[in-house]
Design a binder for this molecule. Structure first.
Ligand SMILES: N[C@@H](CCC[C@H](N)C(=O)O)C(=O)O
Length: 310
């Protein structure tokens, strides 16, 4: 299985990275020569027949990405573009864990020089994002979050229904864009979150135009610990299945719980526990009257190698 696809890529150097257990095959393509097919991505991400990963990220100069060259013109600092693919080969607009892993990879490959405290601009399908290197990990400004169905949500705080596999009834949900789509559902307790079957995709109605990632959240009681709001989350990702973490999903989860509680004082600093660890989420008012979302967390390179089919 996938022998042909791997053969076609034989000799290509790769790295493997993870960020809170969300793992990626990383490829460097400085001349824009690697036009990967869906089945090549599936082969590389396959956990038995390939390298294994929730997704694949190709580092390519922004100026060479068809349809996104303007990002390099408007923002010459955004030299590198994060070309993200889900493990099934589909393209996603953004990956919050992936962009941290991406910058870590660029540093490790000597493609950029970035000291702690310095920031870098990264081209992506969701626009140019600023990533800052922290003493431990990275923080990325993912830009403005938004409601996918604003009219419905504003009437009711509920705009969709989600039915997890094996459940008779659906649960109320809120669909949020972080550049990519998310549908967030609150569960009453941690036991229910733990027992949830996420092997099959939950049923979402209505489905946002380009599909959705589904996050299940349990807010801590009390919500605040030392001024930080705490939630636990599990996710079923579009194009992947259940993963140990989803950075944009953590931001959407915090944004949804915050939206549901908007009658009381808004909390801006959140900690999201996922099966792969913890990420931080911060909301900051921006100049457009909206709110930017800043995601922070670790990233690590776990291996380097060369694709081969001997
Ligand atoms: N795991 C990522 C999100 C990856 C893309 C997602 N599966 C989609 O299709 O939108 C993250 O950390 O944000």
């Amino acid at each position: 299985m996938y022998g042909t696809e791997l053969q076609q890529l034989a000799g290509q150097a790769f790295a493997k990275a993870q960020a809170t257990g969300n793992d990626f095959v990383m490829l460097s393509d400085p001349k824009g020569e690697l036009a990967l097919t869906d089945s090549q991505v599936q082969a590389l991400c396959h956990r038995r027949f390939g390298i294994g990963g929730d997704g694949l990220i190709r580092a390519i100069p922004t100026a060479l990405v068809a349809g996104y060259e303007h990002q390099a013109v408007e923002n010459p600092q955004a030299y590198w573009f994060m070309d993200y693919r889900n493990s099934d080969g589909t393209i996603a607009e953004m990956c919050g864990n992936g962009v941290r892993a991406f910058v870590h990879f660029l540093i490790a490959e000597d493609l950029v020089d970035l000291e702690v405290g310095q920031s870098l601009q990264i081209g992506s399908r969701a626009g140019v994002k600023q990533v800052t290197r922290l003493a431990q990990g990275y923080a990325v400004n993912l830009g403005e979050w938004g409601l996918i169905f604003p009219q419905e949500a504003e009437q009711d705080s509920v705009d969709s229904m989600v039915r997890p596999a094996g459940w008779e009834q659906g649960l109320p949900a809120l669909s949020i864009t972080m550049g990519n789509p998310h549908t967030v559902v609150a569960l009453p307790d941690a036991k229910m979150l733990q027992e949830l079957n996420l092997l099959a995709a939950p049923e979402v109605s209505p489905v946002p135009e380009h599909g959705t990632n589904v996050e299940f959240v349990v807010p801590a009681e009390p919500l605040l610990h030392d001024g930080v709001a705490q939630v636990a989350m599990r996710v079923h990702e579009r194009g992947v299945g259940e993963t140990l973490s989803c950075g944009t999903g953590a931001c959407a989860a915090a944004a949804a719980v915050r939206y549901w509680a908007r009658g009381s004082a808004l909390i801006n600093v959140w900690s999201v526990e996922i099966p792969g660890g913890f990420v931080g989420v911060e909301f900051q008012a921006n100049n457009n009257g909206g709110e930017d979302t800043i995601l922070s967390g670790p990233a690590q390179l776990v291996a380097r190698g060369v694709i081969g089919t001997d």
